[in-house]
Unconditional design. Structure first.
Length: 99
């Protein structure tokens, strides 16, 4: 009788292990294809600093310095924004062409 109990216990454990293995193998299967969507471009682009303003009673040298600084600030920011947009477009292209 003890031998029958051991055999029965072994069979029950084996069946339980088999059921656990089958459950884990079939638990993740799906018949619906799962597709990931690339995130949309954020509404806010990288922040750019405010440009300097000049007063009405400013010397011509101060005016030229302010214009020169604003010119550099504007184009530096333009390069950052353009580079970010190029990076985003490249990442989206790579993501959409992976199969």
């Amino acid at each position: 009788m003890n031998e029958n109990q051991n055999r029965t216990s072994t069979i029950i454990v084996a069946v339980l292990l088999l059921l656990i293995i089958l459950a884990t193998c079939t638990g993740c299967s799906t018949t619906v294809p799962v597709t990931a969507k690339f995130p949309e471009r954020p509404k806010a682009t990288p922040a750019c600093p405010q440009l300097d303003t000049v007063k009405d009673d400013v010397k011509i040298s101060e005016f030229i310095n302010t214009v020169t600084k604003n010119y550099g600030t504007y184009y530096e920011c333009a390069v950052k924004v353009d580079t970010w947009n190029e990076w985003y477009d490249t990442q989206k292209h790579i993501f959409e062409n992976i199969k």
